[in-house]
Design a protein around this ligand. Structure first.
Ligand code: FES
Length: 330
């Protein structure tokens, strides 16, 4: 019997929802509508959604000039438009009521229902409710995606290519900090040089390399790299594989029989790399060897890259050991 009652209640509710039968009569007269304000609201919400999507697109598509500024304009524009939409909604489309006294506590469920109905009907000024709801859902959804998109970009989810790309390839000359091509004869023993690839931007993380010269007999490079250091000249990425600081120190033994071998040292946390042993980590928190750039000397005596780095450049992000540097242009 109880089941039958529940069934007839549910069925009656569903039938009422479909046919509209059983709806209460309005208590409050239809509020005045404002179709212009509604359209403006929809426009602001859709524009806000477009700006949010624009933010995600700029974030995802990588290396534009002034990318940060575009991201700021897109996200700021989206929030501004959303704010304007909310102001418009509250000023023009939501009924407001001022009460001098608190509502009395409803004493009966029917009264309670009537108060709820009054509130509901007082707020219904929309003529295109579905359109407004759709625009609001689009704006809120796009803004939500824009809010979480930067968290996704902490890792290489969007553009792993960017993290592995380097401007080095076979034949590129090495330029000094003044932009002059470096000759092998310019590189002296016990001196530390910084070089960049010709015809490439210097602000790419993989652009700067350090160059040093060691005695060829002191080199302990793997067999596959035996031609990478002509005349004992070696080049390594200048970016530390721990957290990305610049390798800015060169340890040179003043008393070779008693002091440790030459080493490249990162000043941030003192990771120390052995240039004679393919950039091997000797000390410190770095988890990977320093990537080595193979070198060759052209007929004019200039230093040129003989290929790309031996491994990924820069800090060790998740999965970096599985990937190699990318040579081809975008
Ligand atoms: S960044 Fe180089 S040791 Fe930490």
């Amino acid at each position: 019997m109880r089941r039958l009652r529940v069934f007839s209640f549910v069925f009656g509710a569903l039938a009422g929802a479909v046919t509209g039968k059983g709806r209460r009569k309005r208590i409050v007269a239809e509020g005045s509508t404002s179709p212009g304000a509604e359209l403006a609201l929809v426009g602001l919400l859709l524009l806000s959604a477009i700006f949010s999507v624009g933010f995600v697109v700029v974030l995802a598509t990588g290396s534009w000039p002034m990318r940060t500024q575009y991201e700021g304009i897109a996200l700021g524009g989206s929030l501004l438009l959303m704010g304007l939409a909310l102001v418009l909604l509250s000023k023009r489309l939501i009924v407001t009521e001022e009460l001098e006294e608190d509502y009395p506590e409803p004493e009966h469920p029917i009264e309670q229902g009537e108060v709820a109905q009054i509130v509901r009907e007082s707020g219904s000024r929309f003529t295109r409710k579905r359109l407004v709801q759709g625009a609001a859902a689009a704006a809120a959804g796009a803004l939500g995606v824009a809010a979480i998109a930067p968290a996704i970009s902490f890792g290489p989810a969007f553009d792993p290519f960017e993290l592995n790309w380097t401007p080095w390839r076979r034949g590129k000359r090495l330029l000094s900090e003044d932009g002059a091509p470096i000759k092998a004869s310019d590189i002296e023993m016990e001196t530390f040089y910084t070089a960049y690839p010709e015809h490439s931007a210097r602000d790419n993380i993989a652009a700067p390399v350090v160059i040093i010269r060691l005695q060829p007999s002191a080199l302990r490079l793997p067999r596959s790299r035996r031609n990478w250091a002509p005349q004992g000249i070696l080049a390594y990425s200048k970016i530390c594989t721990h957290a990305g600081c610049a390798i800015a120190l060169y340890r040179k033994p003043t008393f070779p029989p008693t002091q440790p071998e030459p080493a490249l040292v990162c000043p941030c946390h003192y990771s120390t790399f052995d240039p004679a042993r393919a950039g091997k980590v000797l000390f410190g928190p770095a988890g990977r060897n320093l990537p080595q750039l193979p070198l060759m000397i052209d007929s004019a005596g200039h230093l040129r890259a003989a290929g790309n780095f031996s491994g990924p450049v820069g800090p060790s992000w998740w999965g970096v050991r599985m990937k190699g540097p990318i040579t081809q242009d975008r």
